[in-house]
Design a protein around this ligand. Sequence first.
Ligand SMILES: [Zn+2]
Length: 249
Amino acid sequence: MRELNDDAVVLRTYRYREADRIAVLFTRHHGKVRVLARGARKTTSRLGAALEVLGHVGVDLVASRGDLFVARHVAHRSTLSTLRADYARIGAGYAIVEALDALPEGMADEAVYELAVRVLTTLDNPDYLPELVPASFYLRLLALDGSAPMVEACVECGRAAPLVAFDAEAGGVRCDRCRRGRPLSREGLALLRRVLGGDLATVLRDPDPPGAAEVSALAHEAAEAHLGRPLRALRALAGAPGVEAGSDR
Ligand SMILES: [Zn+2]
């Protein structure tokens, strides 16, 4: 009987039969894993309480048929109670798990797992504002995959200034002669560099950093171009409602 003990983030859940739930997890060591939680939709279920979207959990699983596992024991690694109490933070969290869910099937990557947990922990910290967290997550996810956007010079000709556009397909900024993609303001470029550099903690304390909407939009575009599929949660967040779409309750 194959057992699996690991830490995980809950990406998505759906109903199964009368009272069961299937949860899709992103684990530290085994990539994406599907888990059947028997009785999880009963209100008294401890499995159900832990296996909710955006849960950060430790799991004890047993292999079932196909690639499905059955949950034996699930415990919270952190409760993320600040995140769970705030609509904007939950929405940002959904944008994170949606991008994780869009990663290629079977890819196990501890660095991606650790980034995800770090980002959820950031969303759970009341000192930091949630608005730019998905953008910073997307950009770091690209960087982990060796596709960090080029922001110091034009991706086409290498000129350092003036940089006036961001091209998600080419993966970087463009100068005024090679302009293509979305226009990028001076403020947007400065903020993009701060988010990608070591200044993220300061950026996330600022209630309204200049260029924030631009950086959110271009990071979203870059992530969609890289993952090869649309990411809807962030758009749903901007247009709300719709952030509860991943829950089965
Ligand atoms: Zn150029």
